[in-house]
Ligand binder design. Structure first.
Ligand code: HEM
Length: 353
């Protein structure tokens, strides 16, 4: 587990069509006022080199703890840019999307310390020491250029614990069944940008990260049959209420005793739209809130070629979804994810030069 690596170079950035690692840190940065395009380009060249070295199990330039670098544990970095970066660098004409921000939904109770950012990096690994070291190295290297804004840490089962199965979230549900499968045509169609006036964006994607708090104290008082009706799938194995196994397709038309088997306001019915998203989610456990309740939930990261794939679903869920009673979005942001790199290239070179 420790020696395994994920290729840094490729058509797409690593950390998206990559088997879910056990640990993730999302870190968001603000650009320092003095930093212009040439300086930002310098950071991109340095980060490209450091991220490549660390992903390959080698120390970063001037690594402060090179001993840790030799255990890459499937380390990946995924870099994204927010609209605010384009504003600060005078590049808004090069922003490749129609939408610049995720709208505010009626269900949102956003806390600014979990929102937005000029630059975001998702760092994932199957070892938490490796991950912390990798994050330290990129934060250290970025100091002259960026100020860290927030950091969010999440987890999934460790490598080998849940081999081959879809992970569960803290509510105990099997979560991820309806996702497009890695390396399928459906995945490619859902996630990767195929056409854009910006060449650095073709082969890229978009990231939406929502921090969603779970009200576990009230959720846990519900009988399992009610919890299953909230989602529309069984607790035991994630099968839809109309099926037997996880991979059965939910039958949204099925009726029993005059009532839909999957309720009209069940999460999976409301979340079903013609265009899917890829949910690469991590659980979080961030201690005790001021009201004495536990701060747990999902770092709900989704990747989609077009952000409207996400907003179409989120809009429907905000209007009606039983799950809203036990979940509250407290963080939100969206970023464009440039394409992957070939040896000798650096991040967003054609955008910045
Ligand atoms: C804490 C909040 C949430 C929890 C606990 C949760 C949980 C689940 C569970 C257990 C499933 C069924 C298994 C699966 O297909 O993965 C599911 C499906 C799904 N969820 Fe969520 N979800 C949450 C928030 C969201 C949000 C914010 C969105 C999008 C805006 C979303 C979109 C979807 C989609 C697209 C599916 C698949 C539907 C299908 O094709 O069957 N979920 N979710």
């Amino acid at each position: 587990v420790g020696k395994l690596t994920v290729p840094f170079f490729g058509e797409h950035q690593a950390g998206i069509e990559t088997a879910l690692q056990a640990h993730a840190t999302f870190i968001s940065f603000s650009l320092k006022e003095s930093v212009d395009r040439p300086l930002f380009a310098r950071l991109m060249r340095m980060w490209t080199s450091d991220m490549q070295l660390l992903s390959e199990g080698k120390p970063a330039m001037g690594d402060a703890a090179p001993e840790i670098a030799s255990t890459p544990a499937s380390l990946t970095f995924t870099l994204g840019f927010g609209y605010s970066l384009f504003e600060k660098l005078g590049l808004t004409h090069r922003w490749p999307l129609k939408m610049t921000h995720i709208p505010l939904y009626s269900i949102d109770r956003l806390e600014s310390q979990w929102c937005d950012g000029d630059v975001v990096v998702q760092v994932c690994a199957n070892d938490s020491l490796t991950l912390t070291h990798a994050v330290r190295e990129i934060v250290r290297g970025s100091k002259p250029f960026l100020t860290p804004r927030w950091m969010q840490q999440g987890f999934n089962p460790h490598a080998g614990v849940n081999a081959g199965r879809t992970s569960r979230n803290i509510m105990g549900q099997v979560d991820g069944s309806g996702n497009p499968k890695l390396h399928s045509a459906n995945f490619s169609e859902t996630v990767w940008v195929k056409e854009s006036s910006e060449d650095w964006f073709i082969g890229g994607t978009t990231l939406v990260l929502r921090r969603i708090r779970m009200a576990m104290d009230t959720w846990e008082t519900l009988p399992p049959e009610i919890q299953e009706r909230v989602i529309g799938r069984k607790r035991s194995n994630g099968a839809p209420l109309t099926g037997k196994i996880e991979s059965d397709i939910p039958d949204l038309l099925a009726v029993k005793d005059g009532q839909p088997v999957i309720p009209t306001d069940a999460h999976i019915r409301r979340a079903t739209t013609p265009r899917n998203i890829f949910r690469r989610i991590y659980n979080y456990d961030a201690g005790i809130l001021a009201d004495g309740t536990q701060d747990v939930g999902l770092l709900f990261a989704t990747y989609q070629a077009d952000v409207s794939q996400f907003t179409d679903i989120q809009e429907k869920l905000a209007a009606m979804d039983q799950l809203n009673r036990w979940t509250t979005p407290v963080g939100s942001g969206m970023w464009v994810i440039p394409k992957g790199l070939q040896p000798g290239e650096w991040f967003a070179s054609t955008l910045l030069s």
